[in-house]
Design a protein around this ligand. Structure first.
Ligand code: FAD
Length: 495
């Protein structure tokens, strides 16, 4: 049997680098494996990435994070979902909540029951069937309970946090577990005869040898692309935005427990409330609006003046053709990027870490392990891509050139099939390990104006009147429960 990996080298100290360091230092504790992280303060990090989705709880428990401490250290707030404003015309708004619709156990049939009621003339809003949405709208919050009989089990939440403080928090945790940090810019790479990487060499001549290299160097993909030439699949034809301005403003007095994604003329604007500031940004397509004009759009639309100079970030949406080549595994922006409309990048980082742990190689490496990693990684990011394209493609009531292009563009077959399937039969068929589940697809399809024309006939074992009565009782229970949840203002920031 080949030797185990003795030295892991992580290149990059952004969110991806420190999340990887925190997870590996936990998983490899007592194995004798040395973990070194090289980062360059001069290069810096992308510094945005403030909104997460509920899968973050898996990662936090994997690394043994104390939630209250983490929230205090990172200026975090609770996030109950995303409000999309202006995606169906200026005055429109819909909510993509975390958690599930209806009462506990209703998830699978909820879409059908709502369709049946609507086809029978019911005009209630889907928002009335989501406890998480009702809580969000009323600025109330409670954690889900693990009791399938309780309505509180249908709640879901994640966090907004300060990306720089999060990296710092994880750095403290990783260093306390023995991770060695080297400050320096990597200037050169030494290769083995088989093409694998032997060592990184910094500008000051320090050599950092390793058996396995994790490339968390950000968009540049210093190891995975510039050394291993993995290739990049560009998705600009589906996701036209290629830049973002980011700017902070003063914190809110009454905190909003959700992200806002507000459609603009050449993209959309985010608004993310943290404890110590509001994060604002405008993701836009440079083909349709110049960076100067976009900066103006952002600053004018913000509800308070920026408290720091807006920062411009450019990107190319897409994925690395291979995230694992030889003894290099790319995690984070080095492996690809989908714009943050559904806050998925940090999820993709942790899912990369999860796959790496499951497929952790021996020192000689394994083409089979790498191949499986790459196959799963491609599927995961493509599923996220489809979900994000859905928003762009189905936007109505906007006539600016970006939106007209998105409405007319051909979309991936997988997505077209799913939209048609829902429209004609009311079905949302997912594979078991897809990230976005029925409730998410239902929220966004409905919010973007798709109406199912049919429902599952198995529901016909129940009369129309019974269906209507049960839905009314679910609405009442949700309204009453939401009204009793603690107001956000009554919570201390660290609970
Ligand atoms: P970076 O932060 O770029 O870090 C790269 C690291 O590599 C740095 O430490 C740098 O110093 C180091 N490095 C590079 N080259 C060298 C070298 N030669 N020598 C030494 N060190 C080097 N994600 C979400 O989940 N939610 C969001 O709301 C969200 N919003 C976003 C908004 C925008 C506009 C963008 C662009 C991204 C957003 N993301 C979001 C994504 C998120 O920011 C990233 O996934 C996350 O920050 C990971 O970045 P990273 O660590 O891969 O790269």
């Amino acid at each position: 049997m080949a030797e185990p990996v003795r030295r892991v080298v992580i290149l990059g100290g952004g969110t991806a680098g420190w999340m990887t360091a925190a997870a590996l230092s936990k998983a490899l504790a007592r194995s004798g494996t040395e973990i070194t992280l090289v980062e360059s303060e001069e290069i810096g990090t992308v510094g945005v990435g403030e909104a997460t989705i509920p899968t973050i709880h898996w990662f936090n428990s994997l690394i043994g994070l104390d939630e209250a401490q983490f929230m205090a250290d990172t200026g975090a707030t609770h996030k109950l979902g995303i409000e999309f404003r202006g995606w169906q015309g200026d005055e429109s708004a819909y909510f993509h909540p975390f958690g599930t619709y209806g009462a506990p156990g209703d998830a699978a049939m909820m879409a059908h029951r709502l369709t049946r009621a609507r086809l029978g003339g019911d005009a209630t809003s889907i928002e009335d069937y989501s406890l998480t949405t009702q809580a969000a709208r009323a600025r109330r919050f409670a954690k889900p309970v693990n009791d399938p009989r309780s309505l509180l089990s249908t709640l879901g939440y994640a966090f907004h946090f300060d990306a720089a403080l999060y990296a710092r928090h994880l750095r403290g945790l990783s260093e306390s577990r023995g991770v060695i940090r080297i400050e320096g810019r990597v200037a050169r790479v030494e290769r083995q005869e088989n093409g694998d990487i032997r060592a990184l060499v910094t500008e000051t001549g320090q050599t950092v040898p390793g058996d396995l290299f994790i490339d968390c160097s950000g968009f540049r993909g210093l190891l995975i692309e510039q050394e291993m030439a993995a290739g990049y699949e560009d998705w600009s034809h589906w996701l036209p935005c290629d830049a973002a301005w980011a700017a902070p403003s003063a914190p809110e007095i009454e905190r909003t427990p959700y992200t806002q994604a507000i459609a603009q003329e050449a993209g959309w604007r985010w608004r993310i409330p943290l404890q110590h500031r509001v994060g604002n940004g405008y993701v836009f397509a440079t083909r349709f609006q110049s960076p100067d004009a976009a900066c103006d759009t952002l600053v004018k639309a913000m509800d308070a003046a920026p408290t720091a100079e807006p920062r411009l970030i450019r990107f190319t949406p897409g994925r690395r053709r291979k995230s694992w080549v030889g003894n290099v595994v790319a995690i984070g922006l080095a492996s690809g990027f989908i714009e943050p409309l559904e806050s998925t990048s940090i999820h993709l980082i942790q899912s990369g870490i999860g796959k790496l742990l499951s497929l952790f190689p021996r020192r000689t490496g394994s083409a089979l392990l790498a191949e499986q990693y790459n196959r799963i990684a491609a599927r995961e990011i493509e599923e996220v891509r489809d979900f994000v394209i859905l928003h762009y493609h189905l936007t109505r009531g906007r006539s600016e050139p970006l939106w007209r292009q998105c409405q007319a563009m051909p979309i991936p077959e997988t997505l077209a099939y799913r939209i048609d399937q829902f429209r004609h039969s009311g079905r949302i068929m997912l594979s078991p390990d897809e990230l976005f589940r029925d409730a998410s697809w239902l929220a966004v399809l409905t919010g973007q104006g798709v109406r199912a024309e049919d429902y599952n006939p198995l529901l016909d074992t129940m009369s129309d009147a019974d269906n209507a009565a049960q839905l009314a009782s679910v609405r009442r229970a949700i309204r009453d429960t939401a009204a009793k949840l603690p107001a956000i203002g009554a919570l201390r920031p660290t609970t």
